[in-house]
Design a protein around this ligand. Structure first.
Ligand SMILES: Nc1nc2c(ncn2[C@@H]2O[C@H](COP(=O)(O)OP(=O)(O)OP(=O)(O)O)[C@@H](O)[C@H]2O)c(=O)[nH]1
Ligand SMILES: [Mg+2]
Length: 227
């Protein structure tokens, strides 16, 4: 008789626990009418830079909170606080992703009713974060022009579990001979129909399209709020 290896069993149990907690987080977010969006990418693809720029544009109109995960340091939280004072760093130690338990713990002393939008920057990693639902309404994956057009083919799961892809650092596209057509084709091969937006947090290119997308999400969520 073949039995399931122990490591696989333990991993399956952890993922099931995470899914249950993520489901209850999602219900809480929906009831509070807060839109939760997470961002995943390889290390250095530009998540923090993009979020600083995004939050600066959204902050005059919406009440925003941010959570940011890294194995070590409070550096990214310090950067994000410049645009969004309600920012918390989650340091994961040796863990290569955020999970629902970490999100629930970080939100413990925040009242969800105080927010319209919660943005979560995951640990920079194209593998581990894909398996962990955080209860977010939307997951956005970043692919930067400097990391190679083949990444969607090599790391299909992270693209498959995301709703929207951003091509970041478009200001560098020419200098690094970025093959835009190949990148777009590769994304569509692993996730047909995926919405892809092209941005540069440095030049501001395309940022308004992301702002419009998020504005729409918040406007849709407000009527769902339970008193
Ligand atoms: N030219 C250019 N550089 C960028 C852009 N966005 C980010 N960078 C640079 O890319 C480097 C990494 O950016 P971060 O925003 O720290 O990337 P990250 O994804 O948050 O990194 P981790 O949190 O460590 O995974 C920094 O040197 C940024 O200045 C962009 O739009 N254009
Ligand atoms: Mg970062």
């Amino acid at each position: 008789m073949t039995s399931t290896p122990r490591m696989v069993e333990v991993r399956a149990r952890i993922l099931k626990e995470n899914d249950l907690l993520a489901r209850s987080l999602r219900e809480r977010f929906q009831q509070a009418g807060v839109v939760v969006i997470s961002f995943v990418s390889s290390p250095g693809a530009g998540k923090t830079t993009f979020l600083e720029s995004l939050m600066t544009k959204l902050a005059p109109r919406w009440r925003i909170g941010a959570l940011v995960g890294d194995l070590a340091t409070e550096n990214d939280a310090a950067r994000l606080r410049r645009a969004c004072p309600q920012t918390k760093q989650i340091t994961t130690g040796t863990v290569c992703h955020l999970d629902a338990k970490m999100i629930a713990a970080a939100l413990d002393d925040w009242n969800l009713n105080d927010f319209d939008l919660l943005l979560i920057e995951n640990v920079g990693n194209l593998v581990c974060p894909s398996s962990y639902d955080l209860g977010e309404a939307m997951r956005i994956v970043l692919l930067s022009t400097t990391e190679g057009e083949d990444k969607p083919l090599k790391y299909p799961t992270i693209f498959n579990t995301a709703d929207v892809a951003l091509l970041t650092k478009m200001d560098l596209a020419e200098a690094v001979e970025f093959d835009r057509k190949a990148a777009l084709e590769n994304i569509q091969r692993v996730r047909p129909g995926m919405v892809v937006l092209e941005v540069s947090a440095k030049s501001g290119l395309g940022m308004d399209n992301v702002v419009a997308l998020i504005d729409d999400q918040i406007r849709l969520a407000i009527p769902q709020r339970k008193a």
